[in-house]
Design a protein around this ligand. Structure first.
Ligand code: ATP
Length: 238
């Protein structure tokens, strides 16, 4: 991990019509760092990732990525600038093959020329995707679909990936494997934001954690220094 700040989110407010889903969010991630954002259902975690990814426009505040202002970037520009989202629920294209799904991830001018090289790297990371490259995505298991969703994000050659609930509904052995592979790509310099329900695993993988409650960050710090009591209190607001 370097000391260089990759992403800085400052004073972010986000609304769904009249409902304020994010309140004054401040967060940063260094180049090559893994951070966790945890919190109960409805705390605003997905809204935060979707806003960073350019799927929602904040009412106030700013998003900077390697000092570039991305606050009003639409999603396709955000991907081109190096941020890729692994969305909640995987959202693979079910009627396309594994190969076609992966190629869909390399549509930006920067990543298109490197398509074959990236594909090989992803097949090395998740060999099962290579074995199933001409199978329809809807014939894959949940774990394989999650690997595909991560692979598709990596095809854009991001410098930061935003992972929304990648463990949800998967067997522990699959989750362990996915985390192991994420760690490998992180060691090559990729920054990662983890939003998880499986907080034990995500906190263990992270060097910094943010706990959200009702749209606000109510606790943050090095996961090793946060007590279980503090996290529980912040998580449930009791
Ligand atoms: P979960 O773990 O359940 O996905 P979360 O922490 O990711 O929860 P968000 O999905 O970001 O939370 O939701 C934050 C708040 O915004 C919730 O109160 C939710 O009901 C509300 N919300 C989310 N999407 C919309 C929408 N499209 N329109 C209106 N309100 C929404």
């Amino acid at each position: 991990m370097s000391d260089r700040i990759a992403l800085r989110v400052s004073d972010l407010d986000v609304y769904y019509r009249d409902f304020q889903a994010l309140r004054n969010i401040n967060l940063e991630i260094k180049e090559g760092e893994i951070i966790s954002v945890i919190g109960a259902n409805g705390a605003g975690k997905s809204t935060l990732l979707n806003t960073i990814a350019g799927l929602m426009v904040p009412a106030r505040g700013s998003i900077n990525f390697f000092e570039k202002d991305m606050t009003k970037n639409p999603a396709h520009r955000t991907v081109a600038d190096g941020i890729a989202l692994v969305p909640e629920g995987r959202r693979v294209f079910s009627r396309l093959t594994v190969y076609e799904n992966l190629v869909m991830g390399s549509y930006t001018p920067r990543s298109r020329p490197a398509k074959d090289k990236e594909l090989e790297k992803i097949y090395e990371l998740f060999p099962v995707l290579k074995e199933r490259h001409d199978q329809m995505a809807n014939s894959l298991s949940g774990g394989e679909q999650q690997m595909l969703a991560i692979g598709r994000a990596l095809m854009s050659q991001p410098r930061l990936i935003l992972c929304d609930e990648i463990s949800l509904g998967l067997a522990p052995v699959i989750i362990k494997n996915i985390y192991k592979q994420l760690k490998k790509i992180n060691e090559k310099g990729l920054s990662i934001v983890l939003v998880e329900q499986d907080i034990t695993r995500s906190l263990k993988a992270s060097s910094h954690a943010y706990v959200m409650l009702s749209g606000k960050i109510v606790l943050e710090g090095d996961p090793a220094s946060l007590t279980e009591d503090q996290v529980k209190k912040a998580y449930f607001g009791v």
